[in-house]
Design a protein around this ligand. Structure first.
Ligand code: HEC
Ligand code: HEC
Length: 332
């Protein structure tokens, strides 16, 4: 008997087992996990601060003004509007799932959420307050004095405690249960054929080299315009502004693609108005690929399956100011 006919019938079965077990383990995207180990009292305080416009000079701008949690954690503007209607320099990334980022900001200049949160309060083009005044405002509000004491187990308000509370709240802004995650977890009916074709294209074309992990991005700095240069009038230089290295020019933090259908417009300059435009530009500039209209539609359909359950909570009611609270200065 020919030895080949004896052994080969087994091969397809073995290959199948290896492939099917190997495949699910090797998916380059993982589900977003619910947040663990958070301090609920600190979260409640941080939530109030996130929504409190008294952390701005005008008394009008809160974190939520530019990271609107009713709109995917963004302002849906090309670049944000800050104090005195100042035009912001760069597109506001979403705060959803930002705890999964390797660093914060497009150029990664803040190491983590707490380091980030002090920035906008004092930025003259954003909330335009000083950290001293932020502390003074909150310390003048009896409701906050009590809550800080409750959250930190000792009295006193300072900028570190303010930013720690905001960061703790932001950690809760993970969006689980996207249809794509349901599919990853074994519900094969969660995606349509078109969406699945989009995912296959996303993997096979090479998007996955930069957009991977639970956040489908957020975990590396990569060059914008890898294959062909990106044309923009926006002066942002990316990572080189932090490292001072010429080689890091035009490297940006790869944005998360979680909830990307809600976080338009796209790119650091906000110049791509639609997801279709962003996919087209990514294909050409990062991979040297021109997708057909059908392929673009498939990838866009896949990207829309990355929308997870949005944060749900009661709108916080903020403690009222006292007679000693410094007055806002909206028109200075
Ligand atoms: C005036 C609009 C505006 C306000 C107000 C504002 N932000 Fe932002 N935020 C931005 C912009 C624009 C960026 C991107 C800046 C950059 O990368 O250089 C950003 C970046 C961030 C990031 C980094 C996300 C990432 O993926 O890199 C976080 C987190 C964040 N903001 C949280 C906050 C918090 C917390 C507050 C309130 C204390 C706040 N923001 C207030 C506009 C704003
Ligand atoms: C070499 C790394 C790399 C590859 C490959 C890549 N991207 Fe990106 N992607 C980036 C970077 C970096 C940005 C941010 C660029 C900027 O804002 O200037 C980005 C931004 C995006 C955005 C906009 C997100 C936002 O919130 O602004 C989308 C959508 C996107 N990519 C989809 C894709 C798709 C689809 C593919 C495959 C066709 C792909 N990317 C391939 C690195 C990459």
């Amino acid at each position: 008997m020919n030895i080949k006919t004896k052994r080969f019938p087994l091969l397809p079965a073995i290959t199948l087992i290896v492939l099917s077990t190997g495949l699910s383990a090797a998916e380059p995207i993982q589900p977003v996990r619910p947040v663990e180990n958070i301090d609920p009292v600190l979260v409640e305080l941080g939530k109030k601060l996130f929504f409190d416009p008294r952390l701005s000079k005008s008394g009008l701008i809160s974190c939520n003004s530019c990271h609107n949690l009713s709109m995917g954690g963004t302002d849906n503007l090309k670049t944000s509007i800050g104090h005195g209607w100042r035009q912001g320099p760069i597109n506001a990334p979403t705060v959803l799932n930002s705890s999964l980022n390797l660093a914060q900001f497009w150029d990664g200049r803040a190491a983590d959420l707490q380091a980030q949160a002090g920035g906008p309060i004092a930025n003259p083009g954003e909330m335009a307050l000083t950290h001293e005044l932020a502390v003074e405002v909150l310390a003048s509000i009896p409701g906050y004095v009590t809550e800080f004491e409750l959250a930190f187990g000792a009295d006193g308000i300072d900028i570190d405690r303010i930013t720690a509370a905001i960061a703790e709240f932001e950690k809760t802004l993970v969006t689980t249960n996207a249809r794509f995650d349901q599919w990853l977890l074994g519900n094969k009916a969660a995606l349509t054929d078109t969406e699945l074709a989009g995912y296959t294209l996303f993997k096979d074309s090479g998007c996955i080299a930069c957009h991977n992990g639970p956040a489908v991005g957020g975990n590396s700095f990569r060059k914008m315009g890898l294959v062909a240069p990106y044309q923009t009038t926006n002066p942002a230089e990316g990572r080189s502004a932090v490292t001072g290295k010429d080689a890091d020019r035009f490297l940006f933090k790869v944005p998360t693609l979680r909830n990307v259908e809600m976080t338009y417009p796209y790119f650091h300059d906000g110049e791509a108005a639609t997801l279709t435009a962003a996919v087209d530009i990514m294909g050409r500039l990062q991979l040297g690929k021109e997708f057909s209209e059908e392929e673009q539609a498939q990838i866009v359909a896949f990207l829309k399956t990355l929308t997870g359950d949005q944060p749900r909570f009661q709108l916080p009611i903020l403690p009222p100011s006292s007679d000693h609270t410094p007055a806002p200065k909206p028109f200075d």
